[in-house]
Design a protein. Structure first.
Length: 486
C-alpha cells in the first residue's frame, strides 16, 4: 500500500490504499460503482487475445524470458507515497538492456479511472502498479481472467545470479500472497510493508513513558498526553481502512491468528469472536475518553499524518510508507518509530510484538497486454539487488527482494521497522481481506463500519453486527470470487 497501500499516496490501499492509501497500498481503493461497471465490462470485454501481441524474442542467458528486443513496453505506476523515481531508474535499465525498444512510462493516482476503459477495450498496459485509492480489485481481475500468471518470471533466473531463480530471492510469503487461489501467481507485491502504530520516540520520551503493551497502559499514556495538550491518536478519517493496520494484528494477538483467518475466509459469525469485541471496545474507548484528535473523522491520510508529525497526536496507525510520504513534514529530531499493536492484557493468545508485515505495492501484468513478457522482464530488473537497494535508499522501505540493505544507512523508521520484525519473530500475521475483497475491506468494513464507530455514530456492538452482515453478503454473492487460507 505505498502504498499499502495506502497506504500508499492516495491511500493506499486504498486501497491502499496502502496507499486518495494500501498501500498505499499498501496499499488500497475506495470506489464502488466504477468497480461494478469494471467487473461487468471485464466479463464481456472482447477483442482478439493474440492479434496484437508482440512476437516472442529469442531466449538467451541475458534474455531468459525471451523478450522481443524491438517491441514497445508500457508501464503505468501508481504515483503515491513511494514516488516514481525508483521505477524510472529501473526503466532506464530496461532501455539499456533493450536499446531498440521504446518504453512508455507514466504515473497516476487514478489507476482505476485511467485504466478501466483500456481493460474494457482489451488494450491494457504491459505492467501496472495497481495501488492507491483507485486500486482495481485483484480478486475481480483474477476471477475474470484479466491477469497473466507470473510463474514464468518466478522460475526465470534472477537478474543477479543465473543459478538462482527469481522466486528464491524473495522474502517469505511474497509468492503465496500473489497466488490468491491455487498455483498461479497473479500479483507481485514489490514493497515489503510493516504495519503498526507509528509515533515519535521523542514525544513519548517527553511524557516519560514507554510504548504501552497493555490497553490499560495505552489509556494511561493517552491521558498523560491529553493533559499536555496532545491527543493520543489520529488516523485517516476519510479513509478509515487505515485503522486495521493496527486493529487487525491486535485482534490476532488477542484471539490468535486463526481469528483473522476465519475473518478472511468469510466464515459465519467470524466477526462475533470475543477477541474482535474486546478490540473494538478498546478502540471505541479512545473515542469515548476523548483521546482522538478533534476533527480526525474529516481528515484524509495526508492531513492526519501532518497533524501527527506536528505533535498534535502521539499515535497513528499506518504502514512503513509513511516515513517517505511524510518526509517533508516530519521534524529532523522526530525520532520516528513503529511498534506492534498494544494488546489487552496477559491473557492474549499471542505475545506482545505480534505484528502485521507483508507484501505491498501490487504489480500486475494484464493477460491482454501486448508485451506482457516485457512487463515481466521489467519486474525481474526491479527484483535485482541493485534496484532493491535503490528503492530502499530512496523511499525508506524494504522490498520483496530478501536483502538489498547492505551499505545503506537505515533511516529511523526503517531501522525501527526492522527491529519490530526481529522482535516479532514468527509472530507475524498477514490478513488478506485488503487484497482478497477490496470493496468489502475499504468501503464496508472501513468506511461504513470502523469509520462510523470511531466517529461515535455506531457502538462496537452495532459496528460488529453491521460488518458481519457485510461479510455474510459477500460470502453469499456468487458473482464474487471467494478465497480461503490453505
Amino acid at each position: 500500500m505505498g502504498s499499502t497501500s495506502a497506504e500508499n499516496t492516495e491511500n493506499g490501499t486504498a486501497g491502499v490504499g496502502r496507499r486518495d492509501l494500501i498501500k498505499r497500498s499498501a496499499a488500497l481503493g475506495l470506489i464502488s460503482v466504477p468497480t461494478m461497471s469494471f467487473l461487468s465490462a471485464c466479463a464481456s470485454s472482447g477483442g482478439d487475445d493474440n492479434g496484437d501481441k508482440a512476437k516472442a524474442g529469442e531466449k538467451t542467458a541475458k534474455n531468459p524470458l525471451g523478450v522481443n528486443d524491438t517491441a514497445g513496453m508500457e508501464f503505468v505506476l501508481f504515483d503515491g507515497g513511494f514516488g516514481k523515481e525508483y521505477a524510472e531508474d529501473a526503466v532506464k535499465i530496461y532501455e539499456k538492456d533493450f536499446p531498440k525498444a521504446k518504453v512508455k512510462f507514466s504515473a497516476t493516482q487514478k489507476i482505476q479511472s485511467t485504466l478501466q476503459p483500456r481493460f474494457n477495450q482489451g488494450t491494457p498496459p504491459d505492467l501496472i502498479d495497481n495501488s492507491g485509492a483507485e486500486q482495481m480489485d485483484m480478486g475481480v481481475l483474477a476471477g475474470k481472467n484479466q491477469l497473466a500468471d507470473l510463474t514464468p518470471l518466478l522460475d526465470a533466473p534472477s537478474y543477479d545470479d543465473p543459478n538462482k531463480k527469481v522466486r528464491d530471492t524473495l522474502r517469505p510469503g511474497i509468492v503465496e500472497m500473489g497466488q490468491l487461489d491455487g498455483d498461479p501467481v497473479w500479483i507481485m507485491y514489490y514493497a515489503y510493508t510493516v504495519y503498526g502504530v507509528w509515533y515519535s520516540q521523542k514525544a513519548l520520551d517527553s511524557l516519560d513513558e514507554q510504548y504501552p503493551e497493555t490497553w490499560d497502559q495505552m489509556l494511561a499514556v493517552c491521558e498523560k498526553a491529553k493533559k499536555k495538550g496532545m491527543a493520543g491518536w489520529t488516523y485517516a478519517g476519510k479513509y478509515p481502512y487505515y485503522l486495521p493496520f493496527s486493529l487487525y494484528p491486535m485482534i490476532g494477538k488477542v484471539g490468535g491468528a486463526e481469528v483473522l483467518d476465519a475473518i478472511d475466509n468469510l466464515e459465519p459469525n467470524a466477526w462475533k469472536h470475543p477477541a474482535v469485541k474486546a478490540c473494538f471496545d478498546a478502540y471505541y474507548e479512545l473515542y469515548k475518553k476523548g483521546y482522538i484528535l478533534r476533527g480526525t473523522p474529516g481528515l484524509d491520510h495526508i492531513q492526519s499524518q501532518t497533524a501527527w508529525a506536528k505533535g498534535k497526536a502521539l499515535f497513528i496507525p499506518n504502514g512503513s510508507w509513511v516515513e517517505n510520504e511524510s518526509a517533508n513534514v516530519i521534524p529532523k529530531d522526530f525520532d520516528l518509530a513503529v511498534s506492534a499493536p498494544t494488546g489487552i492484557d496477559s491473557s492474549d493468545k499471542m505475545s506482545f510484538g505480534t505484528i502485521w508485515a507483508s507484501g505491498g505495492e501490487p504489480f500486475i501484468v494484464p493477460a491482454k497486454a501486448k508485451n506482457g513478457t516485457g512487463g515481466m522482464e521489467q519486474l525481474r530488473i526491479m527484483l535485482s539487488e541493485a534496484s532493491s537497494r535503490n528503492f530502499t535508499s530512496k523511499v525508506k522501505s524494504l522490498t520483496a527482494y530478501n536483502g538489498g540493505t547492505d551499505g545503506i544507512t537505515l533511516t529511523p523508521g526503517l531501522k525501527s521497522g526492522v527491529a519490530a520484525l526481529e522482535k516479532a519473530g514468527e509472530n507475524v500475521v498477514n490478513p488478506r481481506m485488503q487484497d482478497w475483497y477490496v470493496q468489502l475491506q475499504k468501503e464496508k468494513i472501513g468506511v461504513s463500519g470502523l469509520g462510523e464507530m470511531m466517529a461515535g455514530r455506531l457502538t462496537p456492538a452495532e459496528a460488529i453486527k453491521k460488518i458481519q452482515g457485510f461479510a455474510d453478503e459477500t460470502a453469499k454473492d456468487t458473482s464474487i470470487k471467494h478465497y480461503k487460507h490453505q
